[in-house]
Design a protein around this ligand. Structure first.
Ligand SMILES: [Zn+2]
Length: 141
């Protein structure tokens, strides 16, 4: 499994709602109040309409692997025990238009058989009292 020694995210007033929801086991993404586009990570302005007002909206946390890579060489010494592992981009259910994609580790999958299009579900692994990291695993349905 992944090492537990991860630093807390550098959250600010725009991103703290995401991390608060993660601690509670929910996926919540900033949605533009003007045009409805999901903007993740949260930005000061909507990339679609330049609107500056957002409301955090809960999503089901399921999605589809859009792309992925299998990391076989540890990029840091503390990762030596976890290679090979899968990092991927997941297109989230419940987002419209171009969709909302999240970069995350994909765990509990076989790096030799994981495929684009596989269904996954988010989970939040609590690292500290203030930080839970989002990861995806197989969607059991
Ligand atoms: Zn917008």
């Amino acid at each position: 499994m992944f090492p537990a020694r991860l630093a807390d995210p550098m959250a600010d007033e725009r991103t703290q709602p995401f991390w608060d929801a993660a601690l509670a086991g929910r996926l919540s993404i900033a949605r533009c109040d003007t045009c409805g586009t999901f903007v993740f990570p949260a930005e000061p302005f909507c990339f679609s309409c330049r609107g500056a007002a957002f409301t955090y909206t809960d999503l089901p946390g399921t999605g589809t692997i859009y792309t992925f890579t299998v990391v076989r060489h540890p990029l840091a010494p503390r990762l030596a025990e976890v290679v090979p592992y899968v990092s991927g981009v997941v297109e989230l259910d419940g987002t419209q238009g171009a969709g909302c994609r999240v970069i995350a580790n994909i765990v509990d999958v076989d790096p030799e058989t994981v495929q684009i299009g596989d269904r996954v579900r988010i989970r939040f692994d609590r690292i500290t009292d203030t930080y839970a990291v989002p990861r995806f695993g197989p969607d059991a349905g």
